[in-house]
Design a protein around this ligand. Structure first.
Ligand code: NAD
Ligand code: UFG
Length: 339
């Protein structure tokens, strides 16, 4: 029995592969390395002592998918593969709808042909509407402001319709809040290409000297210090949530949507201060205008994850900053060191 991990070479996927291998769960990664490095495989092997099987390819390649299912004894799929940059999705909507939606439909169709009807899908807190109030519970109002988030929302709908049509499907939709941190070994972590879009990689690159200062997007929100509040979750906690979902899947009624977050919000300035403390490095910043589409606050009600999966987070914001700094300082340029 094997788990197919699409996008398993990426940030969250690689940490989830480590958690699976630690529990002796066999897996195969399908990834086209669009946003990942093949070096991840060596690092996973160093951490776990096991090298995951790898298929290099695109989730939109139907023939390849059929071969992967025919040649392996796959029992379930954890589906991370996709594109995730909100700003880019506004500029290139067809690319995002193509990779995320067409890719997922092709994957689901191949699974159906192969009789593999168990899937865990990476959704996002960005599907919650600006009209909904925090903490977001799974039945809070949804509604999106950019193509990336719509792809997640639409895939949730596709999965819901699929389950309605055929109740042999077991589906867990995980809505992630803000995954940060890195494996405590410092061997795997987040390695964005170009200028980071997200807060933590940007802060870490300022601390390590790759960037001069952080731009803080707005300090006039209705939050305690005026900066945006998010529910940061350690990527290792998040990865463990996937293993629990996999283990509990059989007992769950069929399709469940579950938030994965800590339930606690932290502001941008709180993150900056925690990172400075963890790294011992200054993180200079300047206040910039608000970023279009940002919510003032976004944090979850984690009750359902606890009730259905027995999931509770273990790492604090300090732990997240320490591990993020450990990764960044050991790998200042990520997986690829400059010549
Ligand atoms: P990531 O970019 O690090 O990982 C995605 C992986 O998918 C990469 O390894 C990439 O090479 C691969 N990939 C992309 N297109 C592919 C294709 N067509 N075929 C095969 N492989 C392909 O991103 P991540 O942060 O690990 O996110 C994983 C999933 O979780 C994504 O679906 C993302 O939308 C979702 N998510 C992420 C966050 C976040 O803040 N990181 C939050 C909510 C949801
Ligand atoms: N921020 C800055 N400066 C930066 C980057 C971010 O001030 O350079 C602020 C943002 O305004 C926001 C907070 O830091 O208040 C977090 O921003 P991120 O870009 O790190 O994260 P988001 O909450 O905007 O979005 C992320 C992912 C989405 C995902 C969502 C889930 O990018 O893909 O979390 O909640 F859907």
């Amino acid at each position: 029995m094997q788990i197919l991990v699409t996008g398993g070479a990426g940030f969250i996927g690689s940490h989830t592969c480590v958690e699976l291998l630690k529990r002796n769960i066999d897996l195969i990664i399908l990834d086209n390395f669009y946003n990942a490095s093949p070096k991840v495989l060596d690092r996973i092997e160093t951490i776990t002592g096991k090298r995951p099987a790898l298929c290099v390819g695109d989730i939109r390649d139907e023939a390849l998918l059929d071969t992967v299912f025919a040649e392996n004894d796959i029992s379930a799929v954890i589906h991370f593969a996709g594109l995730k940059a909100v700003g880019e999705s506004v500029e290139k909507p067809l690319l995002y709808y193509g990779v995320n939606i067409e890719g997922t439909v092709k994957l689901l169709s191949a699974m159906d042909r192969a009789g593999v009807r168990k899937i865990i899908f990476s959704s996002s807190a960005s599907v919650y509407s600006d009209e909904a109030a925090c903490p977001f519970s799974e039945d809070s109002l949804t509604g999106c402001t950019n193509p990336y988030s719509w792809t997640k929302w639409m895939i949730e709908q596709i999965l819901t319709d699929l389950h309605r049509a055929d109740d042999r499907w077991k589906i867990v939709i995980l809505r992630y809040f803000n995954p940060i941190g890195a494996h405590p070994s410092g061997l795997i972590g987040e390695d964005p290409k170009g200028i980071p879009n997200n807060l933590l990689p940007y802060v870490a690159q300022v601390a390590v000297g790759r960037r001069e200062k952080l731009g803080v997007f707005g300090n006039d929100y209705p939050t305690p210090d005026g900066t945006g509040v998010r529910d940061y979750i350690h990527v290792c906690d998040l990865a463990r949530g996937h293993v629990l979902a996999l283990e509990k899947m059989e007992e769950l009624p069929g399709l469940e949507i579950i938030n994965l977050g800590t339930g606690k919000g932290s502001s941008v300035l709180e993150v900056v201060s925690a990172f400075e403390k963890a790294s011992g490095k200054p993180v200079p910043y300047e206040i910039k205008p608000r970023r279009a589409g940002d919510k003032p606050e976004c944090y979850c009600d984690p009750e359902k994850a606890k009730r259905l999966l027995g999931f509770e987070t273990e790492y604090s914001l300090e732990d997240m900053c320490r591990d993020s700094w450990n990764w960044q300082s050991k790998n200042p340029f990520g997986y690829e060191q400059p010549e």
